[in-house]
Design a protein around this ligand. Sequence first.
Ligand SMILES: NC(=O)c1ccc[n+]([C@@H]2O[C@H](COP(=O)([O-])OP(=O)(O)OC[C@H]3O[C@@H](n4cnc5c(N)ncnc54)[C@H](OP(=O)(O)O)[C@@H]3O)[C@@H](O)[C@H]2O)c1
Length: 221
Amino acid sequence: MVVLFKLERFLGRGLFLGLIGLYVLNLRTMKPKVGIIGKGNVGSALRRGLERSGYEVKSVGRDPGGVKELAAWGDILILAVPFLAVDQVVREIGERAKGKVLVDVTNPLGGDSLAIGFTTSAAEELQKKAPGAKVVKAFNTIFAQNMDSGRVKNEKITLLASGDDAQAKAKTLELARDIGFDAVDAGPLKNARWLETLGFLNIQLGYGLKMGPQIGFKLVR
Ligand SMILES: NC(=O)c1ccc[n+]([C@@H]2O[C@H](COP(=O)([O-])OP(=O)(O)OC[C@H]3O[C@@H](n4cnc5c(N)ncnc54)[C@H](OP(=O)(O)O)[C@@H]3O)[C@@H](O)[C@H]2O)c1
């Protein structure tokens, strides 16, 4: 307090208040650092979209040391690896995800169906394996081709996110809005069961029914 008072006298009231204003503005616009695990279709699209939106982003592929480093660095971690690689990556991340948002983009594919579902979901199982992290299911219902813009044919599509930690979910929704999505809170992490089913339907429509990846869901409300 005394230091602030002295600074005000030294700088003059106008300049002092201006600097305080800039500081507050900077705090409000300061974005979390995003670490993406997976450098494939999804990882690279999210990186593009987030960097364009002003986020500081780092990503890593199959590199255990790099995964550890990235997990320690990021404020928000995005898991963009195949479902079958999740266990290994979670072991590599270890305690570094504690208290951080862990966004699960995986679709738990198992042949011509989901490998897990109905009474649980990949996201809920991930939360059990990483109990210190705040798991949010998101982006899995979107094709990678549309993940850097949040748009299909220049129309905003809906990003659904489910999670049990309100702040973690809010941060994920903000990140999605910044990319360009219409971001919607889809309830508790338990609802990942239905987001993963919707992700599977998306794949069926895009590739099974040959509509292609230039499609996306839109929630009219
Ligand atoms: N593609 C889509 O449109 C889409 C949409 C929604 C959700 N998803 C889901 O998102 C996830 C990623 O999909 P994708 O299309 O991006 O797959 P992808 O193009 O095959 O990329 C997967 C990435 O994960 C890396 N990886 C594999 N095992 C790893 C490990 N143990 N540690 C660290 N990195 C590892 C791969 O590295 P290597 O190159 O060395 O193998 C690659 O960089 C999947 O779970 C998928 O179901 C995909």
